[in-house]
Design a protein around this ligand. Structure first.
Ligand code: ZN
Ligand code: ZN
Length: 407
């Protein structure tokens, strides 16, 4: 009989040994009785999401886990993030992922996230009013310092670089054309003019004056990346013959799900931040499995703690996930998979190419000797080492949905 599939992605879950945890990772140090139960009754392994040693972004990492090879499909970050905010990028338009950041008078990036500013929607009207010639801009705020910028004009090209050096303390870059076309050159020039205007508008903005008075970092510059035009991806349903739904708080993952034609379920309390209600998400997933054959649950907090270098916080957050994971024990007729899109080791404060743990639980799963859900235990698990693109294949196989390879 065919089973349903629940894929839980704990963003940036994988980590490295920490002295403060006596050489264990945050996941290994956390008390996780329910995830351990799933590991013990199921099978575990490690995933090289985009290949051994490759550092995945959250966009390419998720696409790989869904079985879409990011090397073969066109799915730029800007377009996916826009989809996550409900904005469809039309032919001829361009979308960028935006960080609202803090830059000093010399143009050095003091904080790429403007002190993790809690809400950028106050800047939406002012940033959307700016025009460069006939080119128009729409800024839409996402979660915390994140947003998207949709550009409408003639002859725009997605082949332009980011202005984000990605390193705090370094000078902000110029947007540059990445191919020799006049369109890319013109687009880069337009974007640089926009960014200059945006700085003026933000410097004078009342919300920043208030932030300064409270000794908070102002959101006084925009860092753009992931320029993309319209995309049309082959839908998840047509590819796998499963109705699919997504439970996520963060914009990028909602956008990827929407671009693949999944139904995006908005769960109250699913914030895409550290304060998210994990239990509510797992309960919503359970409900969604009544009408769908595939449900994807995304939890962002683990990655945020990794970027903040807060291993104690990551451990405590994993324990909160585990409390919610009790719900995963009683999913009927469903193969449950828990994994990550990449590692975000707290000591690196960034994504790494370290393989991520994975567990499969459900009827028909060959039980292995794994007793705990952790990096080391998973390394010795019966699943062995998978590539990200193998994960969907293995899930289809376990759920009795894999097509026959031969005749
Ligand atoms: Zn991620
Ligand atoms: Zn990350």
């Amino acid at each position: 009989m065919k089973q349903k599939i629940l894929l839980v992605v704990l963003d940036g879950l994988g980590d490295r040994p920490e002295e403060q945890h006596n050489g264990l990772t945050a996941l290994e140090a956390a008390r996780t009785p329910y995830l351990n139960f799933l590991a013990e009754k199921g099978a575990c392994g490690l995933v090289d999401v985009e290949g051994i040693g490759v550092r995945p972004g959250s966009d390419t990492g998720h696409l790989s886990l869904f079985g879409y090879d990011p090397k073969k499909i066109y799915a730029p970050r800007g377009t996916l993030e826009a989809a996550g905010l409900g904005v469809v990028v039309r032919a001829g338009q361009l979308a960028f992922r935006v960080n609202v950041a803090t830059v000093d008078l010399k143009g050095r990036v003091v904080d790429r996230r403007a002190g993790r500013i809690s809400d950028c929607s106050v800047f939406e009207p002012a940033l959307s009013k700016i025009k460069v010639g006939k080119t128009q801009f729409l800024f839409k705020a996402g979660v915390e310092h994140r947003g998207v910028l949709v550009v409408t004009g003639a002859g725009l090209s997605p082949n332009v670089s980011s202005n984000d050096a990605r390193v705090q303390g370094e000078k902000e870059l110029e947007v540059r054309p990445t191919d020799g076309s006049p369109q890319a050159e013109a687009t880069a020039a337009i974007m640089n003019k926009y960014l200059k205007q945006a700085k003026k508008v933000l410097a004078a903005h009342g919300a920043n004056k208030k932030r300064k008075a409270k000794k908070e970092l102002p959101g006084n510059a925009l860092l753009l990346r992931g320029a993309g035009g319209a995309v049309l991806l082959p839908s998840f349903q047509s590819r796998y013959e499963m109705r699919a739904a997504c439970v996520a708080g963060s914009v990028l993952e909602k956008g990827i799900a929407r671009a693949l034609g999944m139904q995006v379920i908005n769960v109250p309390g699913a914030t895409g931040r550290k304060d998210t209600n994990v239990l509510a998400k797992f309960l919503a997933a359970k409900t969604a499995l009544q009408k769908n054959e595939f449900v994807f649950v995304h939890v962002k907090g683990t990655d945020i703690y990794g970027h903040d270098g807060d291993s104690a916080g990551k451990k405590a957050f994993i324990e909160r996930i585990d409390a919610g994971a009790k719900e995963l024990l009683s999913m009927e007729n469903t193969v449950v998979c828990v994994t990550a899109d990449h590692s975000t080791p707290c000591q690196l404060k960034n994504h790494s190419g370290d393989a991520v743990p994975i567990l499969f639980y459900g009827k028909g799963v060959r039980r292995d000797a794994t007793k705990k859900f952790g990096e080391r235990e998973c390394a010795a698990g019966g699943v062995g080492r998978l590539r990200g693109l193998d994960v969907m294949n293995e899930l289809l196989n376990l759920a009795g949905r894999a097509p026959l390879a031969g005749a």
